[in-house]
Design a binder for this molecule. Structure first.
Ligand code: GLU
Length: 391
């Protein structure tokens, strides 16, 4: 088989398996010079409706609130300070939804707005609530349209950008693919705006440092993340065993072409083993509140044997966190290799470092668990010498 034929086969197999997709649409796709790009929104509504009629569930993650608000207010750029940005998002979000509502109505489809903060998804109960609600909407064949709740969110509770939000929604909903629609055709080896010889890479089986570096040089237009945040997202998504595609949302019939297995955009292939949804939540949704450094023996037992983290293997603790917090485990070379939920607070773990399990009670005056992190709450990242561990 030729390389192209083989690639098309991989694409076809990937899309044939998809019953539920998250489609993220960037601000650069949704807005034109003066306002929201209604033509693009109508086209997206048509394409998503067609997929739904073929039995594919679609969850939209839509940016565009700030961009649309900025344009509605006649500003030439985003406000720099937080209250103004939040006010502009509030102005833009309603217009954005109105446009979706109208466009989907043409195809007899209803939409629902869901605004989330990272805090909502870090809280396990609220996380499950959001999941249940979206399940009901999908059962009712309504299109969930999700954005960050920009108006209330403060910096430390932000998803970062909507690429990251889309990754979390893909995990939340166990979708089989994340389709990231942006204003360029896919991932190029250099910025195509500056380099005529820039090459589009159609298929990526492993994201290496060179790609991460190339991505840093390709900025976003109106949105926030640019290519760099898309590559970080691709890394998280593929690590959890799900494929992701970056393609142009400005191309007509793009979703149709992708689902027909045609060569468009850049497809990032997933790691073979799929991570369970709870482990994805621990590894990719929760923000690490600290780090625990472990010795060689413990790192090996966790990495290769899937074991729990015991006090005896711990050589350092950074941060001030409580029971149940998410932390990152680093090895003696400071390389992060796992994330997990702790059974003891940071100050107690400092007291327990290097001790045997049967010494815990004597040292603390109590013992709730023998492990500092139980293996059920510990997620090992695949060995990754090339690139940084994603989080
Ligand atoms: N939530 C922002 C908006 O709707 C977009 C953030 C992003 O594009 O990353 O304007």
């Amino acid at each position: 088989m030729t390389a192209r034929k083989e690639r098309l086969q991989i694409r076809k197999n990937t899309f044939d398996r998809v019953r539920r997709a998250v489609v993220k649409v960037g601000s650069g796709v949704l807005t034109s010079d003066q306002s929201l790009n209604t033509r693009v929104i109508r086209r997206l509504a048509r394409e998503v409706s067609t997929l739904m009629e073929q039995g594919i569930q679609v969850i939209l993650v839509s940016s565009g609130a700030i961009a649309s608000g900025v344009k509605k207010m006649g500003m030439i750029e985003r406000p720099a300070d937080v209250p103004h940005k939040q006010a502009v998002a509030a102005i833009g979000q309603s217009g954005l939804m109105l446009e979706y509502e109208r466009s989907f109505a043409r195809y007899q489809k209803k939409v629902a707005q869901i605004l989330l903060t990272r805090d909502d998804l870090c809280n396990r109960r609220r996380y499950l609530n959001a999941r249940n609600t979206i399940h009901v909407l999908l059962d009712w064949k309504i299109v969930p349209i999700i954005n960050e709740n920009d108006t209330v969110v403060v910096e430390e509770l932000k998803f970062g950008d909507n690429d990251n939000l889309a990754a979390m929604i893909t995990h939340l909903m166990d979708a089989q693919i994340l389709i990231n629609l942006t204003d360029i055709d896919g991932f190029y080896d250099k910025d195509p705006m500056d380099h005529k010889d820039a090459l589009l890479i159609p298929l990526v089986s492993k994201i290496d440092r060179g790609m991460e570096k190339a991505a840093r040089d390709i900025p976003g237009a109106f949105g926030m993340g640019g290519m760099s945040s898309k590559i970080k997202t691709a890394k998280k998504i593929t690590t959890s065993g799900i494929p992701m595609i970056i393609a142009s949302g400005l191309k007509s019939n793009i979703l149709k072409s992708l689902f027909e297995g045609r060569d468009a955009g850049t497809l990032f292939l997933p790691r073979k083993e799929k991570m369970g949804s709870r482990k994805c939540w621990i590894a990719f949704t929760l923000k690490a509140k600290g780090t625990i450094k472990v010795d060689k023996g413990a790192a090996k037992a966790i990495r290769k044997g899937g074991r729990s983290l015991l006090p005896i293997g711990i050589v350092g603790v950074k941060g001030d966190f409580g029971v149940g917090a998410a932390v990152r485990c680093i090895d003696e070379d400071e390389v992060p290799f796992a994330s997990g939920l702790v059974n003891y607070k940071a100050s107690d773990i400092r007291k327990l470092m290097g001790l045997r399990t049967n010494q815990i009670e004597k040292r603390l005056g109590y013992k709730h668990y023998g492990e500092v992190i139980h293996r059920d709450n510990l997620v090992v990242m695949p060995d990754d010498k090339e690139g940084a561990v994603c989080q």
